[in-house]
Write a protein that binds this ligand. Structure first.
Ligand code: G3P
Ligand code: CA
Length: 274
């Protein structure tokens, strides 16, 4: 991480790091180290913390409902089994999404619908909607009409100005934009989708993302360099990073000048003075 150790904190007073510009403070999956990820319990908890946005993951059931869940399969987080591609909404809703939460949780939680989370967030915080790919037998795919369905849900909720659609599936982003030009989009960049060591890696990335029409680049923290941040800004992008889970890292990345910080510990954003 090129920025580490070299940047200066712009303005410190006591325990606070003052933001040079406003940084979006994002609760990753609602703050997955504080409450069971991607549940209404997590998002409600996030709303009590110093955040600007919640981040959530969207998959689609076999019968076409958008549900808020991270994994392709339900075993790891719930008391059920199966791949989301094969599961009906009624079954998905019968599952307990806190079945494996470390330390337990006082009451069961359903896997929420996208609509439920949007309703909860409306008028309070921004929502980063990550549209997930499907995956079966190692083969990645796109849920049928997932872009159209997400756009329709956001429209129905009246939240076009409150949502950022992000995805590792970059080709989905211009589709979202063509369906609803008012929606902002962001490309997720990890080393699965971008080779930082390739020739002209950074200029190529900028060219590609410019063509996608997205406003945001959301980068895995390990890929961030000072050059990347500068270049992204020079191209008119806003740049966010995930996942930043210690107070020290939050302060450092804030000082480096990123535009958003996504954290599983959104309580630690109290280290930043807005
Ligand atoms: O916000 C981006 C980040 O959530 C992408 O990774 O696996 O946590 O969905 P993942
Ligand atoms: Ca995500």
């Amino acid at each position: 991480m090129v920025l580490y150790g070299r940047e200066k904190i712009w303005h410190c007073k006591g325990e606070k790091t003052f933001m040079h510009h406003h940084i979006q403070r994002v609760a990753h999956r609602g703050g997955s180290h504080l409450a069971p990820e991607n549940t209404l319990a997590a998002f409600r908890n996030a709303l009590t913390l110093p955040i600007d946005a919640i981040e959530l993951d969207v998959h689609m059931t076999r019968d076409g409902h958008t549900v808020v869940f991270h994994d392709y399969t339900v075993e790891k987080r719930t008391n059920g089994s199966g791949n989301m591609l094969d599961l009906d909404f009624a079954y998905v809703r019968s599952l307990n999404a806190v079945a494996h939460f470390a330390g337990g949780w006082p009451e069961p939680q359903q896997i929420p619908t996208l609509r439920e989370v949007l309703e909860l967030a409306k008028g309070h915080v921004q929502v980063y909607i990550e549209i997930k790919a499907s995956k079966r037998n190692g083969i990645m795919g796109r849920y049928p009409n997932i872009a159209e369905t997400v756009v329709e849900e956001v429209r129905a909720a009246g939240m076009l100005d409150q949502v950022l659609v992000i995805s590792f599936d970059w080709t989905l982003l211009p589709l979202v934009k063509s369906l609803e030009p008012a929606l902002q989009t962001g490309a997720l960049v990890s080393d699965d989708v971008w080779n930082a060591r390739a020739e002209r890696a950074l200029p190529m990335l900028m060219e590609q993302l410019t063509m996608l029409g997205c406003k945001w680049i959301n980068v895995h923290r390990d890929l961030l360099t000072g050059e990347m941040l500068e270049t992204a800004h020079a191209h008119g992008f806003r740049l966010g990073i995930w996942t930043v889970n210690t107070e020290r890292a939050i302060r450092r990345f804030a000082a480096a000048g990123v535009d958003s910080l996504t954290s599983d510990r959104p309580d630690l954003f109290s280290a930043l003075q807005v």
